[in-house]
Design a protein around this ligand. Structure first.
Ligand code: HEC
Length: 206
């Protein structure tokens, strides 16, 4: 009996000390990891010191006369550096709209956007089956009311869980995607009046 009581008491003390004993103590030791894998490895803190480089900085400026890949500010397109409000105010594409542009947009849309937004833009891409939040359908009044520049802005700079594509999709292709998103939206609200006159009397193929 006494043994059980003593054992319980010791257990309680051990548990309480384990839970509360080190509260509020900060430590610079790495946390205990039974399986390290690649979780913890040597690294530098941002802006930290380094004994490896002669100037003692861990973050090195790019060597003189070089430009980091894909980061040339001179090449950044005007829209990308434009203010968001200015882009949203842009009602229409700044390029000629033709069939080739829409087809190019379709190709790029299928590559970059279908996974999340679905092939028709209904917001039912494959990622939604893997726990990602469903993106909004393009076929709502709110998204139909977005300007062309607004869609371009979202593609270029991202929104919420959607990452930016400005550095991965060429400017021209981002506008092509905008044209295709418009075509998708249009396809859901079209009426017989939208059929061009010269196609109105076409008979369905037998
Ligand atoms: C990884 C998944 C993912 C990909 C890929 C993706 N999107 Fe999105 N998109 C989202 C999500 C999630 C939202 C909702 C963002 C929010 O409102 O927080 C969204 C929102 C949008 C919106 C609506 C913005 C608004 O005002 O509500 C548009 C337009 C859009 N995406 C276009 C595109 C286009 C075009 C592509 C391809 C270049 C693309 N997205 C690629 C996930 C994605």
């Amino acid at each position: 009996m006494v043994r059980i009581a003593a054992f319980s008491l010791i257990s309680v003390v051990v548990i309480v000390v384990a839970m509360l004993g080190w509260r509020g103590k900060t430590s610079t030791d790495p946390p205990f990891q039974p399986f390290m894998d690649m979780f913890a490895q040597p690294r530098y803190e941002p802006q930290g010191a380094s004994r490896f480089f002669v100037d003692g900085r861990s973050q090195q400026p790019p060597p003189v006369n070089t430009v980091a890949w894909g980061r040339n500010p001179q090449q950044a397109d005007a829209e990308f550096v434009a203010r968001d409000e200015d882009l949203f105010a842009l009602q229409q594409l700044p390029l000629p709209l033709d069939r080739a542009l829409i087809l190019r947009g379709q190709q790029k849309y299928d590559l970059f956007c279908t996974v999340c937004h679905g092939g028709t833009g209904a917001g039912n891409g494959i990622t939604t089956q893997y726990g990602m939040n469903a993106p909004p359908s393009y076929h709502t009044d709110r998204l139909r009311a977005l300007t062309d520049g607004g869609i371009f802005q979202v593609i270029s700079k991202g929104k919420g869980q959607m990452g930016p594509y400005g550095d991965r999709i060429a400017r021209q292709d981002r506008w092509a995607i905008v044209a295709y998103v418009r075509a998708l939206q249009r396809s859901h609200v079209a009426s017989a009046e939208d059929v061009p006159d010269h196609l109105k009397n076409m008979q369905p193929a037998e």
